[in-house]
Design a protein around this ligand. Structure first.
Ligand code: ZN
Length: 285
C-alpha cells in the first residue's frame, strides 16, 4: 500500500509506507475521514452454520451443494463486515481441529495452544480464579472468549434453565462476561478476538466488530482490542507473518472504516472499503 496525500492505493501486497505518489494506472480511492486498518481476523467462526435459530441441529441435513452455499454466504457476511480472514472451528459434523473448544476452571491442559470460549463455567456458575488467569498469562496461551451478541436475544430453553439455576438475568450475565474478559486481559492473558459467528441467531457471521466493542466495554483499551482482532488473531491462526498488520510484504487485506476506531470503537462497524489480497470483493464495501 502506498499513501499519497489524501489518496490511497492498494496493490496485492503492502509496500513500504511513504509519501510516494500512486504508480501510473493505479486507481486512487479517496476516503476522507477514514482509517486504514489490517483486514480483521475472526479466530472463531462456524462457516457451516448459517446464523439462524436451530442451525446447529440442522447441520448434516443438507447435501454438499447446500453446505457449500452456506459457507459461501457466511464468508460474504464476514467480508461485508471487514473480516478478511476467519478460522473455522467446525461443527458437530466437522469437529474442531484447532485449540480446545472449551475449558473449565480446572481443565487447563498443559501444551494447549489455544482455548476457545473459555467460559470457566462450573455447575455453581462461572468461576475465574486469579491463579487460572496467571497460568494462562504465563503460558502465553491464546484465549478466544467469543464475546458479544447481536441485540438481546430471547434465551433458548436451555439457557433460560441455566439462568434460573444461577439466579441471574441475561443482562447480568452479559455484564459479568464483560468484566470477566476485562479481568482476563488485565491479568496479561493473550485475548484473541473471535465471534463464534454462525452458531445462533444472536451470533451471525460478521459479528466481530461487536465482539471487539464488547472487549472495550469490559475495560480493554481500544488499541489492545483492535490488536486482538488483527495481529494477535492472525498469530493465533498461524498467519502472523503475513496477515494482521499493515507492513511491507504482508498480504494487502485492508479495512477502511469511517472514523477513528481508536477514539470510538463504534467506527469498526462502519466499513467504508474492504480489500482482500488487494482486491475489493463483490458485495463488500
Ligand atoms: Zn464455537
Amino acid at each position: 500500500m502506498t499513501s499519497g496525500g489524501a489518496g490511497r492505493t492498494v496493490r496485492d501486497r503492502c509496500s513500504e509506507p511513504g509519501a510516494a505518489s500512486a504508480p501510473d494506472g493505479c486507481q486512487v480511492l479517496d476516503l476522507p475521514g477514514g482509517t486504514v486498518l489490517p483486514g480483521l481476523v475472526d479466530a472463531h467462526v462456524h462457516l457451516c452454520a448459517d446464523g439462524t435459530a436451530g442451525t446447529l441441529d440442522r447441520i448434516g441435513e443438507p447435501g454438499q451443494d447446500a453446505i457449500a452455499a452456506v459457507i459461501e454466504q457466511s464468508l460474504q457476511r464476514h467480508l461485508a463486515a471487514g473480516v478478511t480472514t476467519v478460522r473455522d472451528l467446525g461443527t458437530a459434523v466437522s469437529p474442531c481441529s484447532t485449540g480446545a473448544h472449551a475449558c473449565g476452571a480446572h481443565g487447563l491442559a498443559d501444551g494447549v495452544d489455544g482455548i476457545e470460549h473459555c467460559s470457566f463455567l462450573t455447575d455453581k456458575g462461572p468461576s475465574q480464579s486469579e491463579q487460572d488467569l496467571a497460568r494462562l498469562a504465563e503460558a502465553g496461551t491464546a484465549v478466544c472468549p467469543t464475546p458479544g451478541m447481536a441485540g438481546t436475544p430471547e434465551p433458548t430453553p436451555n439457557a433460560a434453565a441455566l439462568l434460573a439455576k444461577l439466579g441471574m438475568t441475561f443482562e447480568q450475565v452479559m455484564e459479568m462476561n464483560k468484566r470477566r474478559v476485562g479481568q482476563m486481559h488485565a491479568a496479561g492473558v493473550r485475548v484473541v478476538a473471535g465471534s463464534d459467528g454462525g452458531i445462533a441467531a444472536a451470533k451471525p457471521h460478521g459479528l466481530l466488530p461487536v465482539s471487539v466493542a464488547f472487549l472495550v466495554e469490559g475495560g480493554v483499551s481500544t488499541v489492545a482490542a483492535l490488536a486482538s482482532a488483527t495481529a494477535l488473531a492472525a498469530a493465533a491462526c498461524g498467519l502472523g507473518d503475513r496477515k494482521g498488520r499493515l507492513r511491507a510484504g504482508y498480504d494487502a487485506d485492508l479495512l477502511v472504516v469511517d472514523g477513528d476506531p481508536v477514539a470510538d470503537i463504534g467506527a469498526l462497524a462502519r466499513p467504508a472499503a474492504v480489500f482482500a489480497g488487494g482486491r475489493r470483493p463483490a458485495g463488500a464495501a
